[in-house]
Write a protein that binds this ligand. Structure first.
Ligand SMILES: Nc1ncnc2c1ncn2[C@@H]1O[C@H](COP(=O)(O)OP(=O)(O)OP(=O)(O)O)[C@@H](O)[C@H]1O
Length: 293
């Protein structure tokens, strides 16, 4: 999972419309680790003259580049959302993957498959209500021949479906702020359909308490989990949800004695300080010069 700042959103949409205008594209490396789009003007076997769209230069520039060094994208750019599975990309390379994820993100498609069992979610940083209504859960709940768009519900459904064979695990990984915690909540809501929804409700209702003691605002995420969470949902022989538990580990205890500059301590300390019950203890708010949550 990968987090994108929301400011990128408008920018992405603008790019997507530029892409539609171009017929043939190549990716070229302007600076280390920065890919850019270009339209091929002329091309030989070994090199191409390309028109590069360079936002930092505020315009376009013409360059001749070696085809050996710069991979072609050559996607049918009119269908920017076609590749909902990365394995369908005709050219599988870093810029192709990034372009595909970015285009989908700009068009409010945060989920993309990478093969049958891996789902990539790009944090949309906005609630895309059309993705999560109850009728969407219903669609993903019933397996049909219809191929539905990639979705976290699909991953949860696949796991549930596999339960008839063996125990299942869903591993959610990504950098801080990528959206792991929110994704797990969505998975749990989906799985609560299969049995006693009070079980998942209880686990979800415990979240604010766990987050108060284990989450803190960091530079990357104002509700960053500073501990690991292992959630277990138990199903009976009829695949009905009958129990659940939440184990926590690796709490970042050192945070109690000091947060990094510009970051904050566990929410609970700020909440207690604000409630005025800490009289003889230095308020973490005062110490770290930050606002209470
Ligand atoms: N599916 C989503 N839709 C809308 N916003 C989201 C979604 N997922 C995440 N976000 C936004 O991103 C923020 C960070 O997400 P989250 O706390 O889940 O990240 P995380 O990967 O668990 O981070 P950390 O590792 O620091 O705990 C959320 O507070 C929420 O605002």
């Amino acid at each position: 999972m990968k987090g994108y700042p929301c400011q990128e959103h408008q920018l992405c949409e603008k790019d997507a419309s530029n892409e539609k205008a171009a017929s043939t594209n190549v990716f070229t490396l302007l600076k280390p680790k920065k890919w850019s789009k270009a339209r091929v003007i002329t091309e030989t076997e070994s090199e191409a003259t390309v028109q590069i769209f360079d936002k930092s230069n505020n315009g376009v520039s013409i360059q001749t580049i070696s085809l050996k060094d710069y991979p072609h994208q050559r996607l049918p750019l009119q269908n920017v959302n076609v590749y909902d599975d990365l394995i369908d990309l005709p050219f599988l390379h870093e810029p192709g993957v990034l372009w595909n994820l970015r285009s989908r993100h700009a068009n409010c498609h945060p989920y993309t498959r990478s093969g049958p069992n891996v789902l990539i979610a790009v944090n949309p940083y906005q609630w895309l209500s059309q993705l999560y209504p109850p009728k969407q859960q219903e669609r993903y709940r019933h397996l049909t021949n219809e191929r539905l768009p990639p979705h976290v519900y699909e991953t949860a459904q696949q796991a549930y479906h596999g339960l008839s064979q063996q125990n299942q695990s869903i591993l959610v990984s990504g950098e801080s702020g990528a959206g792991k915690t929110e994704t797990v909540k969505l998975c749990m809501r989906f799985l609560s359909q299969y049995g006693d929804s009070k079980i998942t409700d209880r686990l979800l209702y415990a979240n604010p308490v766990l987050e108060a003691f284990g989450n803190a605002a960091t530079k990357r995420n104002d509700n960053s989990s500073r501990f690991g969470k292992y959630l277990t949902l138990q199903f009976d022989a009829n695949c009905q949800l009958v129990g659940g538990r939440c184990d926590i580990y690796l709490l970042e205890k050192s945070l109690v004695v000091g947060a990094a500059l510009g970051e904050r301590n566990f929410h609970i300390l700020h909440q207690i300080a604000v409630a005025g019950t800490l009289t003889n203890v230095t308020s973490p708010c005062a110490e770290f010069k930050c606002k209470p949550r």
